[in-house]
Write a protein that binds this ligand. Structure first.
Ligand SMILES: C[S@@+](CC[C@H](N)C(=O)[O-])C[C@H]1O[C@@H](n2cnc3c(N)ncnc32)[C@H](O)[C@@H]1O
Length: 226
């Protein structure tokens, strides 16, 4: 385990700054998407169906820098070796996690991303950040690509489409070690869609202890007790 924090040094620091700046353009991308989104609503599609469409393939929708730092610190505190991510997008969260995997020694992040253009861009962003050796991005539906994982899993980030948090968690759960941490984003943005997930994590019947952190758009922080 190294004493350094790769996030505080280039090239990771500079790459993350550039990517967070580029991600601020999402607000204009959303404005451009408004007609398409409205058409979806008028055709009776649900909010999740509209948001999950390939219309979002240019949008970053990343974790905030504060959430990214929490991901890094959590992985460092655990000495995490096996980290899994549902929803890589352009790789911002993956860089925070891969930096921790690097600084922990021989850790590794397995990311997952549905959109081919995002997989390609994320791979390049990981190279630019100097952490590509510590990450692998699996292209396709996470329900298939995350079926095989190295064990035990120490840390999971759930940040893909919200109706799949529970199915993806169920897929990974048998591989979690006691003390594994699951962080799930957008609890406040998608309060209704994520209610079943939050209830599952917080009801004490499923092996987890959990609380919602008021950072970013709501970050569910859950510990697997085994
Ligand atoms: C909110 S973004 C992820 C942001 C990323 N974690 C970050 O912080 O930069 C959600 C991503 O999940 C991807 N996604 C959604 N459903 C997926 C699935 N079933 N399998 C893999 N990726 C999926 C979407 O294409 C989208 O890029």
């Amino acid at each position: 385990m190294s004493h350094q924090n790769s996030l505080m040094q280039d090239p990771a620091k500079l790459t993350l700054e550039k990517l967070h700046t580029a991600a601020k353009g999402d607000r204009w991308r959303f404005v451009g998407l408004a007609p398409k989104l409205l058409t979806g609503f008028f055709r009776g599609k649900s909010f999740m169906e509209v948001l999950s469409s390939s219309a979002m393939k240019e949008c970053f929708i990343p974790v905030s820098p504060e959430q990214g730092e929490l991901l890094y610190l959590t992985a460092r505190a655990q000495g995490a070796k096996n980290i899994v991510e549902f929803g890589t997008s352009f790789g911002i969260s993956t860089i925070y996690l891969a930096a921790a995997a690097k600084d922990n020694g021989d850790g590794r992040v397995i990311g997952s991303e549905l959109e081919p253009n995002k997989c390609k861009a994320a791979a390049q962003n990981l190279i630019d950040a100097g952490v590509s050796e510590y990450a692998e991005i699996r292209a396709g539906d996470a329900l298939e690509t995350l079926a095989e994982l190295p064990e035990p899993v120490d840390l999971v980030l759930l940040d893909g489409w919200k109706d799949l948090y529970l199915p993806v968690l169920e897929l990974i759960k048998p591989r979690l070690r006691p003390g594994a941490i699951i962080l799930a984003d957008n609890i406040f943005t998608f309060r209704k869609a994520l209610r079943p997930y939050v209830e599952y994590m917080q009801n004490g019947q499923n092996g987890f202890s959990s609380t919602t952190l008021h950072i970013g758009e709501g970050f569910e922080y859950s510990v697997y007790l085994g």
